[in-house]
Design a protein around this ligand. Sequence first.
Ligand code: DAT
Ligand code: MG
Length: 138
Amino acid sequence: MSIERTLLLVKPDGVARNLSGEILARVEAKGYTLVELKKTAATREQLEQHYEEHVGKQFYEPLVKFMLSGPVVAAIFEGHRVIEGFRSLAGTTDPTTAAPGTIRGDFGRDWGLKVQQNLVHGSDSVESAEREIAIWFA
Ligand code: DAT
Ligand code: MG
């Protein structure tokens, strides 16, 4: 049994709304272990790597611009099945319909913009987590 790691980002909307602590507290309260933490300004190069799967989609450029609009908080959390567990805590991508009780469901809404601002990013697989951790914690 290997202990998983996931890359969590509090996106610029979450940082601007002073929700970083609330979000990290939920992940810690769930029982996962904080391994690394920093507040940082993303670079376009980092974001192009981080979101490479979305290149060419309608929301890609708005997404990169949004992620450059202010600082993010990057964290590595660790624990058995943490990747799946954090995605569950975060809720589904569209904040309008994300379940109440989730981060996106409790704090997110649609602002009528070209990209959904949904407060957090979480890796979606072991491979993504390894790739993303290398981008944000080189
Ligand atoms: P997730 O962050 O839930 O893994 P994703 O990887 O599919 O979602 O997309 C990355 C981000 O891009 C997502 O958090 C919000 C935005 N996004 C995704 N699909 C979108 C869409 N159809 N319209 C607007 N923004 C979208
Ligand atoms: Mg994703």
